[in-house]
Design a protein around this ligand. Structure first.
Ligand SMILES: NC(=O)c1ccc[n+]([C@@H]2O[C@H](COP(=O)([O-])OP(=O)(O)OC[C@H]3O[C@@H](n4cnc5c(N)ncnc54)[C@H](OP(=O)(O)O)[C@@H]3O)[C@@H](O)[C@H]2O)c1
Length: 254
């Protein structure tokens, strides 16, 4: 498997949101795929705990608030100074908010867009600086959502951020193709992570049961999303760019 096109051996992969849920599982699976992983989130302890589950000892934990845009580029560059090239990025850091349109305001929209969209675009800009792009190119993966394609009451702001990622990824893919940088999205359906536990704790039992409906294959696991990300990061996906892979147990097939 080591030299197989699905292998991540000798690749340096940056993962945001690596302290929890989908991002954490991406970090673990990338490490099992042979990669050296740079784990980013705010909670240092949780990043260290994630590293305990990962094979290999060259991973880097980088506790950073990705929405503190002043100085973000400097912190990331400093954190990855020992790494020559960045072969891949997964932007999994994110925030979900269920809020009726008439309760939304500019601050709420901003908090969603800051982490879900702007932080992802900023980190993509940083890791695609010419000094970090390997000769064979690199692969960027943005975690969008089924809620970019399907609507749900209370998710106007969140859906807007996830749709923005799909659109941005397509243009980025066209802009960076000449540097052999591929840019894709993965759109998960419902995965039981800390984020969804927090969301469910605010819903009525009836709303919870509504949320669980529509998954022909049942609910997903973080591993289902991480496996799709590992594929997109690997050389096996060398001819895929500007694409979105729904990983949602059939939710958007209805
Ligand atoms: N779970 C689902 O059902 C589902 C479905 C579709 C899409 N998604 C998307 O998948 C992604 C991951 O979701 P999840 O369910 O794994 O959520 P999660 O368990 O709550 O993880 C969110 C991650 O984002 C990090 N984060 C949040 N704000 C940050 C900030 N300002 N700076 C740095 N890191 C920050 C958190 O780390 P710290 O708190 O340590 O900073 C955490 O690692 C999100 O983009 C979400 O929208 C999830």
């Amino acid at each position: 498997m080591e030299n197989h096109s699905f292998s991540l051996k000798n690749k340096n992969i940056v993962i945001t949101g690596a302290s929890s849920g989908i991002g954490r599982q991406c970090a673990v699976e990338c490490a099992f795929g042979g990669a050296r992983v740079i784990l980013i989130a705010r909670n240092r302890q949780n990043l260290i705990a994630a590293m305990d589950d990962m094979p290999g000892d060259r991973h880097i934990a980088l506790p950073v608030d990705l929405t503190e845009f002043d100085g973000l580029a400097a912190s990331i560059r400093e954190g990855i100074a020992g790494i020559e090239k960045v072969h891949g990025l997964v932007h999994a850091a994110g925030l979900q908010m269920t809020c009726a349109l008439n309760q939304m305001n500019i601050d709420r929209y901003r908090s969603l867009f800051d982490i879900n969209v702007f932080a992802g675009l900023e980190i993509a800009r940083i890791v695609t600086h010419r000094k970090f792009i390997p000769q064979d190119g690199s692969s960027l993966v943005f975690i969008s959502s089924t809620m970019a394609a399907a609507g749900r009451p209370g998710l106007t702001g969140y859906s807007a951020t996830k749709g923005a990622l799909l659109s941005a990824a397509r243009s980025m893919a066209m802009e960076l193709a000449s540097k052999k940088v591929r840019v894709n999205c993965v759109s998960p359906g419902l995965i039981m992570t800390q984020m969804m536990q927090d969301v469910f704790s605010t819903l009525t039992p009836e709303q919870v049961s509504q949320r669980r409906q529509g998954y022909a294959l049942g609910l997903g696991r973080p591993r289902d999303i991480a496996d799709a990300c590992v594929f997109l990061l690997s050389d096996a996906a060398r001819w895929i760019t500007g694409a979105n892979i729904p990983v949602d147990g059939g939710y958007t097939a209805q």
